[in-house]
Design a protein around this ligand. Structure first.
Ligand code: AMP
Ligand code: MG
Length: 491
């Protein structure tokens, strides 16, 4: 079998970091989708990947030369409860490649069979969640949000046993790395300071080389992860994304969105929105995400205490100082982002209140999040286009009362309305993975082996900021505003 250009730095870390474990072969692999553009970016040959040897590798039926398959160990807080041992229970890291831009990327099979970390699970993934992750992670990438990517989806030809029998699939996930807050917790919980230091050094070298040069590298590491997460969560909020399961094992220290189990996008704007069926207390609601990210980062900071200073009081002070960077970084990204969504070239002191007032009125009037901002783009150019925004509000006069202030603010900037509208269209997507469309796409694939909606939706979502009149149906909100939509963890 052709060698792939793997260089497996994680597999060179000490024993306790992982278990060596090849993927478990499947009965009848069939390629559903290969992400050719991503393959090329990774320096892999898409034609080889789509051929028999490539599909065997993507299914886990053959281990390509150069791969060193491992299941990583990690721990994590799940819904606030600490679990000292989780780990890759249904995934193996095949290896790392250095892409065309010189970035190191993990190539991982998800749904590839049991590992020593599977606990009671079967190590497998069902087709529906695999397609959901493929579609939503690629949509996030097209929106410009840091995320793991999908290289391929392969049907296994084997059923998986859930509440019913479902078709199985394997997703090939690509990530800057799969190192999580929970990976640090794994070593901290065991009091393994040497393991912790080896992990921190690995993360510094791999993700934050400039921090490695700082006077206090571990403090700089924490600051870097804090900054990356603050930016990331702000960007989620700006597109109405609800991650749904922000456990510390689902927070990647590289700052990419990871784990697309129960995630979903808002239809109507309501910061209390929770989609996940198991999130009964709304811990991971849309509007809670900034607070939870800081909670998770605080758990990361705790693990780093032994590395931050000899003396515990000094270490705590270092950690607190680094965590204090979260709020200003988040607020700058959040308020700057909403100012740009409103067509404001720069943020002034009153702009956060202007955006906040619109959001409040949207929540009170069940206005669709994506459509409100997208339709505002035309309204910036042509005041008569405002009808398409106000009609989204249960009481359209609630919008009118706000838009007068917005127009005054717009008139105070030099930029002409056409340029403003164009700038707004570049940050306010027309197309997001609408929940009702995602469900219809999954149903077609699972019930009827019809992958045409998956392919069409992927194509539409690859250009989220372009008007695509022939695909206008994909921009439409669900009947009833999508209230009551439920998601399930992708097990
Ligand atoms: P998640 O909810 O996807 O973040 O997964 C939490 C933990 O459960 C991780 O350790 C997973 O590897 C593990 N897990 C989830 N589904 C399965 C499965 N079907 N078989 C084995 N382990 C699983
Ligand atoms: Mg996970």
């Amino acid at each position: 079998m052709t060698a792939l250009p793997f260089d497996n730095s994680y597999a060179r870390l000490p024993q306790g970091f992982f278990a060596r474990r090849p993927p478990t072969p499947v009965a009848a692999p069939r390629l559903i989708r290969l992400n050719r553009a991503l393959a090329e970016e990774l320096g892999l040959d898409p034609d080889w990947l789509a051929g028999p040897e490539g599909v065997a590798a993507l299914a886990g039926n053959a281990v390509p030369e150069g791969a060193d398959p491992i299941a990583a160990a990690y721990a994590g807080h799940q819904f606030g409860q600490f679990v000292p041992q989780l780990g890759d229970g249904r995934a193996v890291l095949l290896g790392e490649v250095v892409d065309r831009n010189g970035r190191r990327r993990d190539i991982q099979l998800k749904g590839s069979g049991p590992t020593p970390f599977s606990r009671r699970g079967d190590g497998r993934a069902a087709l529906g969640p695999v397609l959901r992750e493929y579609l939503v992670s690629e949509a996030m990438a097209a929106l410009g949000i840091p995320t793991t990517r999908a290289l391929a989806a392969v049907a296994t030809g084997e059923p998986v046993v859930r509440e019913t029998l479902l078709p199985g699939a394997v997703l090939t996930r690509v990530a800057a790395s799969h190192i999580r807050v929970g990976t640090f917790q794994f070593f901290a919980a065991r009091g393994d300071v040497e393991g912790l230091r080896a992990l921190a050094d690995h993360v510094l070298a791999r993700h934050y080389p400039e921090a490695a040069q700082a006077p206090s590298p571990y403090r700089a590491l924490l600051e870097s992860v804090v900054a990356a997460q603050a930016e990331l969560v702000a960007r989620w909020l700006l597109v109405g994304f609800v991650h749904g399961v922000m456990n510390t094992d689902n927070m990647a220290v590289a700052g990419e969105t990871i784990d697309y189990g129960p995630c979903a996008f808002l239809d109507v704007y309501d910061p209390r929105t929770v989609f996940s069926s198991i999130d009964q207390n709304g811990r991971y609601a849309y509007g809670e995400q900034p607070r939870i990210a800081l909670w998770n980062l605080t758990r990361l900071a705790e693990t780093l205490l032994p590395l931050l200073a000899e003396d515990e009081t000094a270490a705590v002070a270092e950690a607190e100082a680094a965590l204090a960077g979260y709020a200003p970084r988040f607020e700058a990204a959040y308020h700057g982002g909403f100012a740009r969504k409103l067509g404001l070239a720069e943020t002034r002191e009153d702009d956060p209140a202007l955006a906040g007032d619109l959001l409040k009125r949207m929540a009170e009037n069940q206005a669709d999040f994506t459509l409100t901002f997208r339709n505002l783009c035309a309204a910036a150019e042509r005041p008569e286009a405002e009808t398409a925004v106000r009609d989204l509000f249960v009481d359209p006069t609630a919008f009118d009362a706000w838009s007068g202030r917005w127009r005054v603010r717009l008139s105070q900037q030099e930029r002409d309305p056409t340029a403003t509208a164009a700038a707004m269209r570049a940050v306010n997507p027309a197309y997001i993975p609408r929940n009702h469309r995602v469900e219809a796409m999954i149903e077609a694939a699972v019930e009827r082996s019809d992958f045409a909606p998956f392919a069409e939706m992927l194509a539409v979502l690859s250009r989220p900021f372009a008007d695509q009149p022939e695909h206008a149906v994909y921009a439409e909100p669900p009947a009833g505003g999508g209230v009551g939509y439920r998601t399930f963890c992708g097990t």
